[in-house]
Design a protein around this ligand. Structure first.
Ligand code: 16G
Length: 156
């Protein structure tokens, strides 16, 4: 199996896991709010969620890219589903991809996706899937993904 190619980040940029310290400057929240509603997350709730994710590292990979000023400017989650089918196989779910528009043109979205796919490959997933807006289809195709079905939902 070919390893997925992951382009290099610009000098001084980093790809890393989300941590409790990310509550302070709110840049994680600001970046995610470009994608959708973040809502009210008090610090104890944020810390409890980080503990929950960290207790299940084989499932939750909440990742960010920081710029040379150490500011979070891109987010992404790889959720690894442990299945019964495919001989107890695993499926990677790419979620919550958001890139700050001030950092556009640096391929950070592509780099985030490729890093998440690489984690999925290293975890032994047999496929990686995601749901997205119609307007983002071309971007995800550039990342190497293909349309395989139709997204459906039931909202509460
Ligand atoms: C997009 C996201 C998904 C996120 C959803 C939020 C990607 C690939 N997809 O579909 O992860 O959960 O938006 O939308 O990032 P919502 O607020 O309407 O649930």
């Amino acid at each position: 199996m070919q390893p997925v190619p992951v382009p290099a980040l610009p000098q001084g940029y980093n790809f890393r896991r989300v941590g409790k310290e990310d509550f302070q400057d709110k840049n994680l929240f600001k970046t995610l709010s470009i994608l959708t509603t973040v809502g009210d997350i008090p610090e104890p709730k944020f810390h409890a969620l980080i503990d929950y994710w960290n207790d299940r590292k084989e499932i939750y990979n909440p990742m960010v890219i920081t710029n040379a000023e150490n500011v979070i400017i891109a987010t992404g989650m790889l959720f690894v589903e442990h299945k019964l089918i495919h001989g107890g196989g695993k499926v990677g779910h790419v979620e919550d991809i958001s890139v700050n528009p001030s950092e556009q043109g640096k391929k950070l979205g592509l780099i985030m996706i490729r890093n998440l796919i690489q984690i999925a490959q290293n975890e032994g997933c047999y496929k990686v899937i995601l749901d997205c807006d119609e307007k983002n289809v071309k971007f995800y195709e550039k990342c190497g993904m293909k349309i395989e079905g139709v997204e459906m939902g039931y909202r509460f």
